[in-house]
Design a protein around this ligand. Structure first.
Ligand SMILES: Cc1cc2nc3c(=O)[nH]c(=O)nc-3n(C[C@H](O)[C@H](O)[C@H](O)COP(=O)(O)OP(=O)(O)OC[C@H]3O[C@@H](n4cnc5c(N)ncnc54)[C@H](O)[C@@H]3O)c2cc1C
Length: 523
C-alpha cells in the first residue's frame, strides 16, 4: 500500500481533547473520502477561549500508514571529529552558552564552557539557602550557575522572532535532550523548572561526551588582550584559559563583566530596559476571567494573560507571566531584593504571577539625571538596594494589595503568597522614583479596563521586577557577530543585548557559533 498523507485543521470543544473517537470523527467529517482505518498525529495545538464554549484548535497530520514519531536523537549523535587547532572559550553556561557549545560541536570546533556557578544539582542547595535562610551566594543563585537564568525558571519557550526553522531546531534539540514532545505542538510551550535541570545536565553530557569541556566554579575576572586581540580569559584564581576565539555569554546580571569590559576600554553602551513589579493573583481568578469557568475544567491548563498599555507614550506591559507559578527571589548579590517568576511543568500552584514593567528609555534616564554607559544599571541597582534597605535585612519583599497600590493606600494586611522568603506590607511607591511609580500605577489601572476583575485587592504587587533585560549592550558586527573593536571577541545572548528569553538566547548562541566558525576558517 502506498503511503498517503494529508494535513487537516479541526476545532473541538476543550473537554473532547482526550477523546480519540471524537477527534477521529471530526477528521473524517473534514476528509470525506478517508477510510475507516487511518493514523493521525497532532502537529499544533492552541486554545480558542473567545467564545462561551472553549475550543482546542488542532492541526493534524493524517496517513493511511503508521506515522513515525521522531526522537531527534540524530541531531546530537553524528558530530564530526573536532579539529585540534580550533578551540573556543564560552564564558557562561546559560542557554546562549550551551547552545553555542552544541553548535560548535556540529561545526567541528572544541567548546570550553566556563561558568562561575555550580552544576544544576549543587546549585539547588544555594537556591534553598536564598529561599529559607535569606543568604545570597553571588556565584550560585537563580541567575548564576549551570543552565543560567533559564534553569529554575518557568521555561516558557516563546520568542518574538519569526525565524520558524531556527526556533524549531532549538525545540527539537531540547526534545533530543529529554524535553516532552508537547513543546513542538503547543502554541505556547513551556517546560517547567522541575524538568529543566535534567535537560540542562543532558546537554552538558552531550558537550562532554563529544570532546567539549564544561568547567564550573570558574568565575572569570580578567581577559587576556594581546596585539589588539582577545586571546582568552583568567579566572579569580589566576588560571589562564587561552583559545582561538572567546564568546562572552554571561547574562544580564553579570555586572562585574560589564565593569571588566569597561575597565579594559572595550566599548559597551547603555541600552533601554524595563523595570517594575511582580503582580500575583489567585489562579482561580485569572481562570474565571479568561475561561469564564470556576473551577477551571480539568481539560484546560492554568490560564495565562498578556496585557499592554501606554502611559504618555511609554509602554507598560505584563512580562514573563507564570500561570500556576511561584514568585522567586532572583537577587545575585547580598544587599538587594529582586523578584521573578517560575513554575513547575504542571503549573498547578494556586497562584498566577506576572512581571508588570515599564520601559525605561535612554531619554528617561538622562531626563532623570542618570547619564553615561552605566546609567540604566545604576538606576536598576539603586532600586534593588532601596527595596532591601527598607526591609529587615532578609529577602522578605515589600508588597501591597493591588487596588491599594493604585489608590495609594496602606495595606493593613496581605493575602497568602507563593513567595517563600515572605512578604510584608509597604507602600511600593517608596522604592521607585515618582516617574516610574506613576507609570506603573496608571498602566496597571488601564489593565483593569482591558481585563475586567483584574484590579482587585485579592492580588498583590511585589517589589521589584528589575532583571527583565540588560541595561547594557555590547556592540557587535551584524554579519560577523564579532565585537566592533576587538578581534576574537564574540558578545552573545541576553547580557550582550541580543536576546530576551531562553529561546532567543539559544538561537543567538547558535548564530554566534557560526560566526566563530567563519572567523576561524579565515584566520
Ligand atoms: C526566575 C526566572 C524565570 C525566567 N523565566 C523565563 C521563561 O519562562 N522563559 C524565558 O524565555 N525566559 C525566562 N527567563 C529569562 C531567561 O532565563 C534568560 O533570558 C536566559 O537565561 C538568558 O540566557 P543567557 O544564556 O544569555 O544568559 P544567562 O542565562 O543569564 O546565563 C549566563 C551565565 O553566565 C554565567 N556567568 C556570569 N558571569 C560570569 C563570569 N564572570 N564568569 C563565568 N561565568 C559567568 C552565569 O553563572 C550564568 O550561568 C527567566 C529568568 C529568571 C531569572
Amino acid at each position: 500500500m502506498s503511503e498517503k498523507q494529508d494535513i487537516v485543521e479541526i476545532r473541538i470543544p476543550h473537554n473532547k481533547i482526550e477523546d480519540d473517537n471524537f477527534i477521529r470523527e471530526k477528521i473524517r467529517a473534514k476528509k470525506k473520502n478517508l477510510g475507516k482505518h487511518f493514523f493521525y498525529h497532532i502537529l499544533k495545538r492552541s486554545i480558542d477561549a473567545r467564545q462561551k464554549i472553549i475550543y482546542y484548535l488542532l492541526r493534524v497530520e493524517i496517513s493511511n500508514q503508521k506515522i513515525k514519531v521522531q526522537d531527534f536523537y540524530n541531531l546530537i549523535s553524528n558530530y564530526p571529529a573536532l579539529n585540534p587547532n580550533k578551540e573556543v572559550l564560552i564564558i557562561g553556561a546559560g542557554p546562549a552558552g550551551y547552545f553555542a557549545a552544541l553548535e560548535c560541536l556540529r561545526l567541528g570546533i572544541k567548546p570550553i564552557v566556563l561558568d562561575r556557578g555550580k552544576d544544576v544539582r549543587a546549585r539547588r542547595r544555594d537556591l534553598k539557602a536564598i529561599q529559607q535562610d535569606h543568604k545570597v551566594n553571588p556565584h550560585s543563585n537563580y541567575c548564576f550557575g549551570e543552565g543560567g537564568a533559564g534553569t529554575y525558571s518557568d521555561g516558557k519557550l516563546y520568542t518574538r522572532s519569526h525565524k520558524r526553522g531556527k526556533i524549531q531546531n532549538v525545540l527539537e534539540l531540547l526534545v533530543a535532550h529529554g524535553a516532552h514532545r508537547d513543546i513542538l505542538v503547543e502554541a505556547h510551550p513551556h517546560i517547567g523548572s522541575n524538568k529543566l535541570p535534567g535537560i540542562v545536565s543532558k546537554i552538558r553530557e552531550t558537550i562532554e561526551s563529544n570532546g567539549g569541556e564544561v568547567i564550573f566554579n570558574c568565575w572569570i575576572t580578567d581577559l587576556i588582550l594581546e596585539d589588539g586581540k582577545l586571546r582568552g580569559a583568567i579566572n579569580y584564581d589566576g588560571k589562564e584559559f587561552r583559545a582561538n576565539a572567546t564568546i562572552i555569554a554571561t547574562g544580564h546580571s553579570a555586572r562585574d563583566m560589564y565593569k571588566l569590559l569597561d575597565d579594559k576600554k572595550i566599548n559597551i553602551e547603555a541600552k533601554p530596559f524595563a523595570i517594575g513589579v511582580r503582580v500575583e493573583h489567585p489562579q482561580v481568578l485569572i481562570d474565571k476571567i479568561q475561561y469564564k469557568q470556576e473551577p477551571r475544567s480539568e481539560f484546560l491548563p492554568a490560564a495565562p494573560y498578556k496585557l499592554v498599555s501606554q502611559v504618555e507614550g511609554k509602554g507598560v506591559f505584563s512580562f514573563c507571566m507564570c500561570p500556576g507559578g511561584l514568585i522567586v527571589p532572583a537577587a545575585t548579590s547580598p544587599g538587594e531584593i529582586v523578584v521573578n517568576g517560575m513554575s513547575l511543568s504542571k503549573r498547578d500552584s494556586p497562584f498566577a504571577n506576572s512581571g508588570v514593567v515599564t520601559e525605561i528609555s535612554l531619554e528617561d534616564l538622562s531626563a532623570n539625571g542618570y547619564t553615561g554607559t552605566f546609567a540604566g544599571l545604576d538606576l536598576q541597582k539603586s532600586i534593588e538596594q532601596k527595596v532591601f534597605e527598607i526591609g529587615d535585612g532578609s529577602q522578605k519583599a515589600p508588597a501591597q494589595r493591588l487596588l491599594d497600590f493604585i489608590e495609594g493606600k496602606d495595606s493593613t494586611d496581605l493575602p497568602k503568597t507563593s513567595y517563600i522568603p515572605g512578604i510584608y506590607p509597604a507602600q511600593i511607591s517608596e522604592v521607585f522614583p515618582e516617574w516610574i511609580h506613576q507609570r506603573l500605577r496608571e498602566g496597571l489601572n488601564m489593565f483593569g479596563k482591558k481585563m475586567k476583575s483584574y484590579l482587585t485587592n485579592e492580588a498583590i504587587v511585589v517589589a521589584t521586577e528589575s532583571r527583565t533585560s540588560s541595561p547594557i549592550k555590547i556592540p557587535r558586527n551584524r554579519e560577523s557577530y564579532m565585537h566592533d573593536d576587538l578581534v576574537g571577541f564574540f558578545p552573545c545572548g541576553e547580557g550582550a543585548g541580543y536576546a530576551g528569553g531562553i529561546l532567543s538566547a539559544a538561537m543567538d548562541g547558535q548564530n554566534v557559533a557560526k560566526g566563530v566558525a567563519r572567523f576561524l576558517n579565515q584566520n
